[in-house]
Design a protein around this ligand. Structure first.
Ligand SMILES: [Zn+2]
Length: 175
């Protein structure tokens, strides 16, 4: 394996690591901005029916969730439009009335979703821009050692040609 090949592999690995890093950074920023937001999730306990408020932080925390995808049929103009949508989102919350963690339905899901759309889109675009700029930077910087490797390879080939030429010359003269 020659140097150029090794450098291409290094560049590929660097790009891959960069993309993974960007995705994690993006997710982290999205979660952080969602937690910072003042959203209150209105939760209804599935057991006793009590409605209470939960912080966005609590609603975002990853734990057991139940989502049910249901198709809503809506009249749009003259046509019936089927729109698949998540209308139910339940998650384990602490219910004061029951005194323990129970499944609670998030009632204002649509409101939370529209409210989070702008910050999520902003963070996603930022992450994407970072990914592209960093990726291009890696490719540009790697052109330098790759160029050197290519030049060295050409020099080697040139030297080999020179040697062959000398050998031929020697053979010719020794005859
Ligand atoms: Zn309850």
């Amino acid at each position: 394996m020659d140097n150029e090949m090794i450098l291409i592999i290094i560049m590929g690995a660097a790009l891959l690591i960069w993309v993974i890093f960007c995705v994690f950074f993006m997710l982290h920023r999205i979660l952080k901005s969602a937690m910072r937001s003042e959203f209150k999730a209105r939760v209804q306990c599935e057991k006793c029916g009590t409605v209470f408020d939960a912080s966005a932080k609590e609603a975002m925390r990853i734990s057991m969730t139940k989502t049910k995808s249901t198709t809503i049929t809506r009249v749009q103009g003259a046509a019936l439009v089927n729109r698949p949508d998540y209308i139910s989102y339940a998650k384990k919350f602490y219910c004061k009335n029951c005194g323990k963690k129970t499944f609670g339905q998030v009632l204002n899901l649509e409101e939370i979703r529209t409210g989070l759309k702008a910050p999520v889109t902003r963070e996603a675009l930022k992450g994407l821009a970072m990914m592209i700029i960093g990726g291009l930077a890696i490719i540009i910087v790697m052109q330098i050692p790759m160029g050197i490797a290519r030049m060295e390879k050409e020099k080697e080939i040139e030297q080999m040609k020179q040697q062959q030429l000398e050998q031929i010359r020697e053979q010719y003269w020794s005859r």
